[in-house]
Ligand binder design. Structure first.
Ligand code: SAM
Length: 306
């Protein structure tokens, strides 16, 4: 169960989609004066070194945040094809750059750090983090301690699906819940559906963001359909976005066989999305495909309902 380590995947195209959307949602939800509670049920270690051993092993950031940064740098030829960088991507790039003051991409912030950077002390926003992996939860606790954020951020080494229940509804009745399991075990798909069904009963007006991998597995295929059904039954609006970067070329730039297929597509399903999310995503997704796409199979989808 504990073989998944997010450090291998930090900054991948899936992180780019998830974190760019997360930033847009937190920005919107922190505009109202009332306190916001963000719950991250599967938080990871919080901070990752892009030049570290884990990140170097799979190189997933190379096809994600690193590619995006170099392509959208002012002098890049790819930048010329994109006259104006979509505001959602600009905000994502600036947020990540904020963790890399030297200008070089060395650190990749996970969801806990991205969210914390956008929360407000004065409004008493709160961040509740769950991470079950023994080493990652230790790393997360020690990374968070360095922020000296006090009571704003709480870390628990507990099952996030279970732990979430205690925070719904939050006192201010405003919450964003990120559900981002590794789906290493098949039962995660079913747990996500059960968690949403239960959460909507506890707190129907919360915003729920569910990440999932787009892979050839019946459970992965069924998850967004199941989430649509649950959300529609609850009478709530939803938004569903996917990003596919397509197959890697068979040979790399040196003419050697390229082994790096990995995950080629992922999706985000949002329940009660901010009304501002769809238009900013509609502008950003085609740019993400242009910049991160590798050829055959590259695509995006964006749909909403309710
Ligand atoms: N949300 C993080 C981010 O965006 O930076 C990445 C999270 S990673 C995809 C999933 C994490 O969930 C892993 O670190 C894994 O150890 C942890 N995990 C697995 N099962 C869990 C559970 N039931 N409760 C809490 N954490 C769990």
């Amino acid at each position: 169960m504990f073989s998944y380590r997010h450090a291998f995947h930090a900054g991948s195209h899936a992180d780019v989609l998830k974190h760019a959307m997360l930033i847009a949602m937190v920005r919107h939800l922190t505009q109202k004066p009332a306190a916001l509670t963000v719950v991250d049920t599967h938080a990871g270690a919080g901070l990752y070194r892009l030049d570290g051993d884990y990140a170097g092993t799979s190189g997933e950031a190379a096809d994600g945040v690193v590619k995006l940064f170099s392509a959208l740098a002012p002098a890049s030829p790819a930048k010329a094809a994109i006259k104006e960088v979509a505001p959602l991507l600009q905000d994502y790039l600036e947020t990540i750059a904020g963790f890399n003051p030297g200008g070089q991409l060395k650190i990749y912030p996970g969801s806990p750090f991205i969210v914390q950077a956008l929360l407000r002390q004065e409004a008493r926003d709160k961040l509740k983090l769950f991470e079950l992996h023994p080493s990652d939860s230790k790393a997360l606790a020690s990374n968070i301690a360095q922020l000296e954020a006090g009571r704003q951020v709480a870390v628990a080494r507990l099952d996030g699906f279970e732990g979430l229940k205690a925070f719904l509804p939050p006192p201010s009745r405003r919450a964003l819940v990120l559900i981002d399991p590794s789906y290493e075990i098949k039962s995660d798909y079913q747990k996500v559906s059960a968690c949403i069904q239960d959460s909507l009963k506890r707190f129907a007006t919360g915003t729920y963001a569910i990440w999932y991998p787009v892979i050839a597995r019946p459970e992965a295929h069924d998850l967004p359909r199941r989430l649509k059904t649950l959300t529609t039954q609850a009478g709530k609006p939803w938004l569903h976005a996917t990003l596919a970067i397509g197959q890697a070329p068979e040979r790399n730039v040196l003419g050697e066989p390229d082994q790096r297929q990995g995950l080629t597509a992922s999706g985000m399903f949002i329940i009660n999305p901010p009304h501002t999310l769809k238009p900013v995503l509609a502008a950003a997704l085609p740019q993400l495909v242009t910049v991160l796409g590798r050829g055959r199979g590259q695509a995006h989808t964006l749909e909403s309902g309710g």
